[in-house]
Structure formats: C-alpha cells, structure tokens
Design a protein around this ligand. Structure first.
Ligand code: HEC
Ligand code: HEC
Length: 327
C-alpha cells in the first residue's frame, strides 16, 4: 500500500494545475477535519479477542499494515516512509503499539474501527491519503485486525518511541481536499463470502481485502474505490510504478486474454506468481508486486477463479525488462 504513493506520484502532474484561488484556499484550510459520526453500536464495540481472530488479524496486517508501521528493528512504532516520492515531502507513519500515550493503548475498539474505516480520529482530525482507509473490508476482518492490535504480539508491546507528526505540504493538502477525502462509513454489514462460493471469495480477496484491482487497473486516477469493477481498465494493467531501484515497472494485465493477459497460464503458474513472486517467463516479479506466501493455495485459487469471470481486456502493457547482466 505504499503502492498508493508510488502511484500517486503520477497524480502530481494533474494536480499542479490547480492554482489561483483554489490554491490559496486549500493552503489556508490545510488537511480537512471531519465531524465524528459514530453510531452508538460502534461506540460500544468490543471485538472478540480469541486466538483465531488474532491469528487472522496478524495475517491480514502482514499484508496490509506492517510495511508502513513496522520499524527496522521489528516493532510497530512507525517510521519515516522513505519510499514516498519527493513531491509529497517527508511522511511519517505513527506508533501503533499499545503504549497508552504515544501509541493506541487508550483507543477503544470502536475508535479504532471508525478510524480504520474513515481515517477520522476522535478529535475530528483526519489521516491524509498515506494512511489507507479500509472501506470494503468485511466487518469480521476489521474486528480481526483490532483483535490483533490488542494481542500479546511482542511487536505491539508498549514502546514510547515517537516521531514528530508529519507536516503535510501543499500537494498533500490539495489531494486531501480533492481526490482523496474521508470515505463514508459502510451503511450495511460487509460479510466474508462463504469459502464454498469460490468466485465470491476470490472477488472479496482481490477487490475488497487485498486490493489487487487498485494496482492492476489502467489508471490510478480512475480507480473506483466504491465499485472496483467500474475502475478504468479493470485488471487490464498498465499503471506505472517504480521498483526499489527507481526503475519504471508497469502493472500486468491479469485478465484472461491469452496474448496480452494471463489467459495462457495454468493455475499453478498463477499460484507461484502470487505466493512466491515467480515469473513464468523466468526470474522473479518486480517490486511492488511482492510475494504473498502467507496466502493459502485455496485463497489464491479463489482469486484465479474470480479473475476468470472478469471481462477480458486485450491490452498490451509494456512490461519491465530486466537488464542483461554478465555472469
Ligand atoms: C501506506 C502506509 C500505511 C499503511 C499500509 C497503513 N498505515 Fe496506518 N498510518 C500511516 C500513516 C502515514 C499514518 C499517520 C497519518 C497522519 O499523519 O495523520 C498512519 C496512522 C495510523 C493510525 C493512527 C495513529 C495515531 O496515533 O493517530 C493507526 C491506528 C493506524 N495507522 C493503523 C493502521 C493499521 C491497523 C493498518 C493496517 C490495517 C495500517 N495502519 C496501514 C500509514 C499506513
Ligand atoms: C502494489 C501494486 C500491486 C498490487 C497490490 C498487486 N499487484 Fe500484481 N503486479 C504488480 C506489478 C507492478 C506487476 C508487474 C511486475 C513485473 O513486471 O515484474 C504485477 C504482476 C502480477 C502478476 C504477474 C502477471 C504477469 O503477466 O507477469 C500477477 C499474476 C499478479 N500481479 C497478481 C496479483 C494479485 C492476485 C494481487 C492481489 C493479491 C496483486 N497482483 C496485487 C502490482 C501489484
């Protein structure tokens, strides 16, 4: 999900066009704050902290949270996010250990739930785009993340390390007032599909929980986070990102077109690509397509079954070519 910023870099060009009065207004207004509209049910929420929930939460967090909040010595104290493109300034994630002052030890389950859905804290302050908002994740998975945040995972033990809060620059203020604002709370419960409904489960994992569609659509600025299938170039790929060496890597077309997508792959090749980053053409897939070994074969197989139902796109993406190095 630091993916988001790699990609956000390309929004810069569009946004510098916003000038004049709008600019002055936003510069004064800053990062917006919001009215806190927690329902009584959410305010008194207490998630079940059994070991199954904690384990599920830890697994989800390993894909959705740790890359931004885990420090180099392996604690969830937050860090300076070095990989964010320069135009956004220096962005620092926060301490989410159980320390009651510096971390989130004093937050209630309801406050965490509301924040993770919307980015809005109890004082109305709002976390800008760099902290993702989880608006399509199933309720039970949200509870699992919170159960894990409360657990005895040593990485979450109270730690008083603290960075100064990020001072957001003009560009982030513009983004926070325009393209990326606080999503509304879901009005209906969101359920995890039954594992016997393979396609529905695959759709949830790819569109709801792990956000494959956001990287694999055709244009970061035309991603529809309410209805992923309405995103431009849905699963047809082509968004420009950067690998760890700053080279351009474009997301792949993973619709079932046999020429330009993965229609000629078999299921095992797909599983090896998603779980282990194995590229069937040889070598490894490039960052930010990171291996996800923690996903089960059944989960990746469900994503594959779902992708088979996605409208095929004939869209040739100019893919990353590894440099030939002498041996
Ligand atoms: C892409 C990076 C990124 C990811 C992924 C991410 N966060 Fe954050 N998170 C941030 C940043 C940056 C902030 C600080 C926002 C600010 O300055 O207001 C933050 C803030 C927070 C806060 C508020 C802490 C406070 O004291 O105000 C909580 C709680 C939190 N994150 C939890 C999570 C959890 C749980 C996950 C996974 C489900 C997660 N984050 C995933 C970047 C990230
Ligand atoms: C951070 C953005 C990002 C996310 C999230 C992401 N991918 Fe990717 N994916 C990429 C990029 C970039 C490539 C191309 C890598 C390369 O060219 O080496 C890629 C490549 C792939 C490939 C290889 C296709 C080919 O033709 O080589 C598959 C399969 C794939 N992704 C599936 C998935 C699935 C399934 C998910 C969700 C679990 C997912 N990706 C999430 C960015 C992402």
């Amino acid at each position: 999900m630091k993916r988001a910023f790699k990609i956000l870099g390309y929004a810069v060009g569009v946004l510098v066009l916003l000038t004049g009065t709008a600019a002055a207004y936003i510069s004064i207004k800053g990062i917006p704050s919001y009215e806190v509209k927690m329902t009584p049910e959410i305010a008194k929420l207490q998630v079940l902290r059994d070991s199954a929930a904690v384990a599920r939460g830890a697994k989800i967090a390993s894909i959705l949270c740790n890359e931004c909040h885990l420090s180099e010595d392996g604690k969830l104290t937050g860090k300076i996010m070095a990989e964010i493109p320069k135009p956004f300034g220096t962005i620092i994630s926060r301490n989410i250990t159980q320390d009651p002052e510096i971390g989130i030890g004093n937050w209630t389950d309801g406050e965490l739930y509301y924040f993770l859905r919307t980015g809005i804290r109890q004082d109305g302050s709002w976390a800008p785009p760099f902290m993702p908002k989880f608006s399509r994740v199933a309720d039970e998975d949200m509870y699992a993340i919170i159960a894990w945040l409360r657990s005895d995972d040593p990485r979450l033990a109270p730690d008083r390390r603290e960075y100064p809060p990020t001072e957001y620059n003009f560009l982030v203020k513009v983004l926070g007032n325009t393209l990326f604002t606080a999503p509304p709370m879901p009005t209906q419960p969101i359920f995890i599909p039954d594992s016997t409904d393979k396609i529905a489960l695959g759709k949830y994992l790819a569109d709801g929980l792990y956000e494959c569609f956001a990287c694999h659509s055709g244009d970061m600025l035309k991603v529809d986070s309410d209805i992923p299938a309405n995103s431009f170039g849905y699963y047809g790929g082509g968004i420009e990102m950067q690998n760890e060496d700053g080279e351009v890597v474009r997301s792949a077309n993973i619709t079932m077109d046999p020429e330009t997508g993965i229609g000629a792959w078999n299921e095992q090749q797909f599983i090896d690509a998603v779980k282990y980053g194995k590229n069937p053409r040889g070598g490894s897939l490039q960052y930010p397509m990171t291996p996800r070994p923690i996903l089960t074969e059944a989960e990746v197989s469900a994503i594959y079954a779902f992708l088979k139902t996605v409208p095929v796109q004939h869209h040739q993406v100019e893919r990353y070519q590894p440099k030939i190095t002498s041996r």
